[in-house]
Design a protein around this ligand. Structure first.
Ligand code: AMP
Ligand code: GLY
Length: 422
């Protein structure tokens, strides 16, 4: 496992629960991952170092969690060293690494997405903002750790964000039409040709309750989506995932790994908001909490072009909710170094498990070491029960001036989320 977040902790937890997996190693991992896997102090951004570690350990599969190592070519280096790797090549990871490239692929594949203009100059941006009108959507073309998108009614703020992106060497922005409607994340496993969808989830990107404040990497998630249309997964596979995988193969850069389809269900139909080339965080935490069949063989099948032969996935008939506990200051500069308590007490609550992200050991004390610190997961027979369980777990956590949202999955539980009929 390459990475050190709560998503990687969720993946490691699911892999260690799979009887087909003998052992799990992580580079570099974190204190929570260290409870289940052997940790190696290897830079996840160094393709040669990751490949050398995989060869030295003789592992049967490398799983790359975050996008930055994928864009840096870690999966290519691992495969070149003869080790199967779950994660796209650098060329295929451009679906996430460049929003302009993703738009070009979607246009070629006929995939429904927001109308957009890719701009190198400020006057192109100004023209596109007029063309699409408010609310304005301005996206940094490159990777920005979830902070590259500004959605605003304020034209001056939209232009200022564009200027900041354009001022960087090689800076480009994508300006697009605003998509109105509930968002869904669907992870689709791909082996270059075939696709296997997981179950949909919804995440909460804004830092504050009621979707207020700045965007974050994600403050919580839930699955299933009781309000979503029954044919949603089939529709995403047919109109989004398979055409995209076909187009990437046609270009000679087949996509193998997980295609994260970020979607908006608008009155005019489903539209792609974004593609990512890796599992989402925190949606992975809730999706994997519901997966009953083994993860190891599934990821290996995707990595080795054998998804078509893989048996159907089995899902628990349960719901899962995760609430992220973040440091004070996040998503700005987070306060770190504070003791984190209550992880064991939270896990003593039936149906709770705690996944770690920004944590570290200081002597023998678990301390905060990043913006998103923990992802507390609750499972239950339905969404209301899973939500109550997750918050019962959060109540056990101690972290000075921590912040968490109190409304994760609340609207869905109360029947306040609905999908347009199309
Ligand atoms: P992205 O990094 O492209 O997923 O954008 C981050 C978030 O910004 C998305 O999850 C949406 O909430 C919002 N967003 C992005 N594009 C649009 C759009 N065209 N219309 C409305 N909201 C958007
Ligand atoms: N959940 C948002 C992301 O992983 O980008």
């Amino acid at each position: 496992m390459v990475g050190n977040g709560a998503r990687e902790h969720a993946l490691v937890r699911a892999l260690t629960a799979d009887p087909a997996v003998a052992a799990v190693h992580a580079a570099p991992g974190n204190p929570g991952i260290g409870g289940a896997a052997c940790l190696h102090d290897v830079d996840p951004m160094d393709p040669a170092a990751v490949a050398a570690l995989a060869v030295r350990l003789g592992v049967g599969l490398v799983v790359v969690g975050p996008e930055a190592p994928l864009v840096a070519g870690v999966a290519d280096a691992v495969r070149d060293a003869g080790v199967p790797c779950f994660g796209p090549s650098a060329a295929a990871a451009r679906l996430e690494g460049s929003k302009a490239f993703a738009k070009e692929v979607m246009a070629a594949a006929g995939v429904p997405t927001a109308a957009s203009r890719t701009c190198d100059e400020e006057d192109q941006v100004a023209a596109a903002l007029v063309e699409f009108g408010a609310p304005h959507v301005v996206k940094d073309d490159g990777l920005a750790a979830g902070k590259g998108v500004v959605v605003t009614d304020d034209t001056a703020a939209a232009l200022a964000h564009a200027r900041a992106c354009l001022d960087r060497p090689g800076g480009r922005v994508v300006v697009e039409e605003y998509l109105d409607g509930p968002e869904v994340s669907l992870f689709v496993l791909c082996d270059g040709r075939h696709v296997v969808p997981l179950v949909p989830a919804q995440d909460f990107k804004r830092v504050g309750d009621g979707d207020t404040g700045p965007n974050t990497g994600g403050m919580g998630a839930y699955s299933p989506l009781p309000w979503a249309p029954d044919d949603l997964v089939d529709a995403v596979v047919a109109t989004v995932a398979q055409p995209t995988v076909d187009e990437m193969a046609r270009r000679g850069t087949p996509f193998a790994g997980v295609l994260y389809c970020g979607l908006a269900l608008t009155a005019r139909g489903l539209r792609v908001v974004e593609f990512n080339a890796r599992f989402g965080d925190p949606e992975t935490q809730v999706v994997l909490a519901r997966l009953a069949s083994g993860l190891g063989g599934l990821l290996l099948a995707a990595a080795t072009g054998r998804l078509a032969d893989h048996p159907p996935l089995v899902w628990h008939d349960t719901a899962a909710v995760t609430v992220v506990v973040a440091s004070a200051g996040y998503p700005g500069t987070p306060r770190t170094g504070d003791p984190v308590t209550g992880v064991e007490a939270a896990e003593a609550v039936p149906g709770v498990h705690v996944l770690q992200a920004g944590t570290a050991w200081r002597d023998d004390v678990l301390v905060s070491a990043g913006g998103r610190v923990l992802s507390v997961v609750g499972t239950g027979p339905d969404l209301a029960a899973a939500r109550a369980t997750a918050y019962a777990g959060v109540a056990k956590i101690g972290l000075a001036e921590a912040q968490h949202r109190t409304d994760i999955a609340a609207a869905a539980v109360q029947g306040r989320t609905s999908a347009p009929v199309f």
